[in-house]
Design a protein around this ligand. Structure first.
Ligand code: GAP
Length: 445
């Protein structure tokens, strides 16, 4: 795909997101704020469904993983101990010509400010020496803004889990191996945020830390790689567009012994979607040394005290949501008209079904309203009477709604409605009870 086509496809996805209420530029009436985005009605619903899908798989449906919801602001010493203050840096260069500031290791993804069709490698501008730039946002706690009350916005949710390791173990009485999961906001002052919601400065992570015997780390590392791969399959992602990338020695984060990324083929190329890391006992050792308290786990079975190794699965929520949108986006020409389809799985689609009376008379709206009232007790559904039924189908296809339920003349005779499948366009007649069971299977099955 050429650079021009890539831009066009991403532009069309961004435009659909705005049009249908998935994602809006943040503070748009003030001209927007670079790299910040707001989720609209459908986006907020999709994000909530995605997080629930992750939470159910990683926590609710397992008896070996507990959930937490830790504070974004943590004791500043946490970030010194974890190595983020000294090592969480990206290499940065400035262009003396256009005055742009770019990530030195991603210059091919950056655009010259004077010649946006060229990268800083191509435009002929003079670049400075590489400098290290720390990615953490700082703020101050309390009324006085000085160094003594400096705090950081967390750049990852993981540390909120490590500092609570003993609290969770003691309160839940879990035994190794067990995990702690968390979904929450993280902040990174990225030098070059890019590609819509792919790389932003404020984002959400879905992380799980699994505590294991040090001599079983490799077994659990493989186990969690497999689990996470299967999760994307269950989410309905096109698996042809996913691949593993093993981190070489020069790529490994300061805390990792081994790491694999799950990468997705976005319109702008293969990029990291999630990381699975073997963090060893790096974090717990550093925290134990810093606080001078015994954070070790006593193992009844082995009769020994030790710091467990940690296998981490770390996914970006916004990045997974972008993956869902890119993966679902489809265009087709129907009877000479270009139509957009958002082929989201019913498991995460914001609206599960639309209820449409064929015409606004003959008792059809009354029947349809009753069906709508019954369905909305269990599912997020939408009622639409406005316009020709073909137009209404088209609107719902674009909004990612998998099923349209139409009340027509026959409904009034035998209580059945047509249920149109967005992807096959096949129509099947069902009663309300059959429709309920059908949606239950598709959404929760
Ligand atoms: N606790 C480990 C950790 O944070 P990471 O590879 O730096 O590892 C994990 O981040 C995931 O978080 C990434 O795979 C990505 O999905 C998401 N992520 C990281 N930085 C991001 C950013 N600036 N914008 C959106 N998502 C981001």
């Amino acid at each position: 795909m050429s650079a021009k086509q890539v831009e066009t496809l991403m532009d069309r996805i961004v435009s659909l997101c705005k049009r249908r209420g998935y994602v809006f530029p943040s503070s748009e009436i003030y001209g927007g704020l670079s790299s910040c985005w707001d989720y609209g009605p459908l986006g907020a619903e999709l994000k909530r469904n995605l997080k629930t899908f992750w939470w159910n798989a990683m926590t609710s449906r397992r008896d070996d993983v507990e959930g937490v919801d830790a504070a974004i602001l943590m004791h500043p010493q946490v970030w010194h101990t974890s190595g983020h203050v000294t090592e969480f840096n990206d290499p940065m260069v400035d262009c003396k010509t256009c005055k742009g500031r770019f990530r030195a290791d991603k210059l091919e993804e950056c655009r010259c400010l004077n010649k946006p069709s060229k990268t800083p490698l191509e435009c002929g501008g003079e670049l400075t020496e590489v400098r290290q730039f720390n990615l953490m946002f700082k703020t101050h706690m309390g009324p006085v803004a000085d160094d003594s009350n400096e705090v950081f916005l967390r750049p990852e949710t993981a540390q909120g889990i490590y500092v609570n390791f003993l609290n969770v173990k003691n309160s839940s009485r879990q035994k190794i191996p067990f995990g702690i999961a968390q979904i929450g906001k993280a902040f990174r002052n990225e030098i070059t945020p890019s590609n819509f919601i792919f790389r932003t400065r404020e984002f959400e992570q879905m992380e799980m830390q699994y505590f294991v015997y040090p001599d079983e780390d490799e077994k659990w590392f493989e186990y969690w790689r497999q689990e996470r791969w299967e999760w994307y399959k269950a989410l309905g992602i096109n698996m042809e567009k996913l691949r593993w990338h093993e981190h070489g020695k020069d790529e490994l984060a300061h805390y990792a012994k081994a790491a694999y990324d799950i990468e997705y083929e976005y319109p702008f190329g293969w990029q990291e979607l999630e990381g699975v890391h073997n963090r060893t006992d790096f974090d717990l050792t550093r925290h134990m040394d810093a606080v001078k308290k015994d954070l070790r786990y006593f193992d009844e079975a082995r009769k020994e005290k030790f710091l467990p190794y940690i296998i981490e699965t770390s996914a970006g929520c916004d990045r997974t949501l972008l993956t869902l949108l890119v993966d679902a986006y489809d265009e087709m020409e129907i009877k000479g008209e270009k139509r957009v389809f958002l082929r989201l799985s019913p498991k995460v689609a914001p609206i599960k079904a639309a209820v449409l009376p064929l015409v606004k008379k003959d008792g059809m709206p009354e029947f349809a309203e009753k069906v709508f009232a019954d369905l909305k007790k269990r599912f997020k559904v939408f009622y639409d009477v406005a316009g020709a039924v073909g137009r209404r189908y088209a609107r719902m296809d674009e909004a990612g709604c998998p099923y349209c339920v139409t009340v027509d003349g026959q409904t009034l005779e035998d209580n059945t409605m047509t249920v149109r499948d967005r992807d096959t366009m096949e129509q099947t007649r069902m009663t309300t009870a059959e429709l309920m069971a059908f949606l239950d299977e598709k959404v929760n099955g």
